[in-house]
Design a protein around this ligand. Structure first.
Ligand code: ZN
Length: 534
């Protein structure tokens, strides 16, 4: 039995019993705390040299470096700086063939915006990536200095369907559609010694990336609306909500966000004057997405990809300064291991990557998949994708509407379609690293259907087995995603967990890493690409 590194179990204190004294969780007696070794379903094995793995503080320093360059948006100086930084770190770690994989994406810059009713101006922010010419089009659009004045149709949380919105402004409540309870249904294994997840408030909290925006926007465009105003109904008291670009619905009309409070004031004003004036100028410029890659050669070209993304729209400390910092920490670890005397190359090559274009259309993910997964000329064969995103503290909406940050990890999931042996191993690894509030989520039914809401989606859909860690803290798209939100105590444990998982994949036959053997997986992929397409 290898010695346990106590230092990697830094979270000494357990959070209090479930909150919300009247919910069903309150009736659940708190069980005696089992030690991880009592629960661990499979022996995870220590990594080769735990001393070489960076500690929490070192990984946090990388996050801080990345936050200092923010916003690291695609095609901006911050984005270029972040890519150059990761490349420098990869080279310093000893990786070979460090370079950029590039793809055409877009930079979107709003200016001169406003929403007013009867002369009163409301505090708004443009909906990111709205008022563009089309999916693959650059250019500047403007409503002019005077803007456009039009009647407002308030659909609340409902639908545009059946209403005449032509030439009008649609006012809607943005709903976050996927509470944790829904995601938890895909759970295969749950490590939750603090009963953090059975807290009803936690279970009903929805992540901010699966929302009603696409549907409402599509309906508004189809109906001929001139713009939309979204009330951030499920959000804390902020309008600095930087939604992603949703490629399936290019937002060709202008859009604006208001907070719940400001939305109420806006609705109040609309009782006396049913028309609003909107103003927006939005510039969309072609930009080069730069994904940074580097390699640590194994004996074969069968390759395990260790991945996150470095771009951000705001400070991006948790989303995804932490993911990028974890990838760099693992590059440092494996690079240092390779420099030790007597080092023997493992079977599989390791490829490290931090992606770009996560917020602007995932063009780089598509290009990368075409080259390294579907293509045959890269010289590498991707056999697994270990992805890490969002190592953050849990946050809830306080009674006063503000953001309440808790000193415990945001509940996290690892979407995976691994073989049964690796599933058992991963469960053991989660416990061994005390990754509290973590669920293993079965991604097999999602391959070739709905996909997964993570950076590893393209790998999954193209038949590569994945283990993709993610959390959906409510502040992740916000200016509030600052360094203090990082779940520092989890940084090294997450890195160690992923090193253990990668090590467990090394001796396995590549075609059997996934739950579905690779040849079958390829058939599913081909069918999917043929009939549905990415
Ligand atoms: Zn992310």
């Amino acid at each position: 039995m290898p010695a346990r590194a106590r230092s990697s179990w830094p979270r000494a204190r357990a959070p209090g019993p479930p909150r919300g004294g009247t919910g069903p969780a309150a009736a659940v007696a708190r069980p005696a705390r089992a030690t991880p070794s009592q629960i661990a379903p499979a022996s995870p094995r220590e990594i080769a040299s735990p001393g070489l793995l960076p500690g929490n503080r070192a990984i946090l320093r990388t996050v801080r470096d990345l936050v200092e360059m923010a916003p690291r948006a695609t095609g901006t100086p911050g984005g270029r700086q972040a890519a150059a930084y990761v490349a420098r770190r990869f080279r310093a770690a000893g990786l070979s063939n460090v370079h950029y994989e590039t793809a055409r994406s877009y930079r979107w810059t709003p200016s001169d915006w406003g929403v007013s009713v009867g002369g009163r101006r409301f505090d708004t922010r443009p909906i990111s990536h709205s008022f563009i010419r089309g999916a693959d089009l650059a250019g500047t659009r403007t409503l002019g200095r005077r803007g456009v004045t039009a009647p407002v149709v308030d659909i609340g949380a409902g639908s545009v369907a059946g209403r005449d919105v032509r030439g009008k402004i649609v006012l809607f409540d943005l709903k976050f559609q996927m509470p944790l309870a829904v995601i938890a249904a895909a759970s295969e294994f749950l490590y939750d010694p603090d009963l953090q997840l059975v807290d009803p408030e936690t279970m009903l909290t929805a992540n901010p990336y699966m929302t009603s925006l696409k549907t409402v926007m599509q309906e508004a465009i189809d109906g001929g609306a001139v713009g939309v105003v979204g009330v951030l109904a499920d959000y804390f008291d902020s309008n600095r909500y930087h939604n992603e670009y949703y490629g399936s619905v290019p937002m060709t009309i202008p859009g604006f966000w208001v907070t719940k409070k400001e939305g109420a004031a806006l609705r109040h004003s609309l009782e006396t004057s049913s028309r609003a004036t909107i103003r927006l100028t939005a510039e969309r410029a072609a930009a080069t997405g730069r994904t940074v890659v580097g390699f640590l050669p194994g004996r074969s070209r069968d390759t395990i990809l260790i991945q996150s993304h470095h771009d951000s729209q705001g400070p991006g400390a948790v989303e995804d300064g932490t993911g990028a910092a974890e990838v760099i920490a693992l590059a440092d670890y494996y690079g240092a291991l390779a420099r030790r005397p007597g080092y023997r190359k493992p079977e599989k090559t390791l490829m490290f990557a931090t992606f770009d274009t996560h917020f602007t259309g995932y063009q780089q993910h598509n290009a990368f998949t075409r080259k390294y997964v579907l293509g045959t000329k890269s010289g590498y064969r991707l056999v697994a994708n270990a992805a890490i995103e969002h190592v953050g503290k849990q946050a809830k909406i306080a009674a006063d509407g503000g953001l309440r940050v808790l000193d415990q990890p945001e509940p996290r999931g690892i979407f995976e379609n691994l073989n049964p042996l690796l599933k058992a191993r991963l469960a053991g690894i989660i416990v061994d690293n005390d990754l509290r509030g973590t669920a293993m989520l079965n991604a097999t039914p999602m391959q070739g259907t709905v996909g997964i809401p993570t950076d590893a989606n393209w790998a999954l859909l193209s038949g590569v087995p994945v283990a993709s860690l993610i959390a959906g803290p409510i502040y992740m798209y916000d200016e509030a995603d600052t360094l203090d939100k990082v779940d520092v105590a989890s940084l090294r444990p997450v890195a160690r967990a992923y090193a253990q998982l990668v090590d467990a994949m090394q001796p396995m036959p590549s075609d059997l890493i996934g739950l579905t053997p690779t040849p079958v997986s390829t058939v599913i992929r081909d069918l999917w690409f043929q009939f549905l397409g990415p």
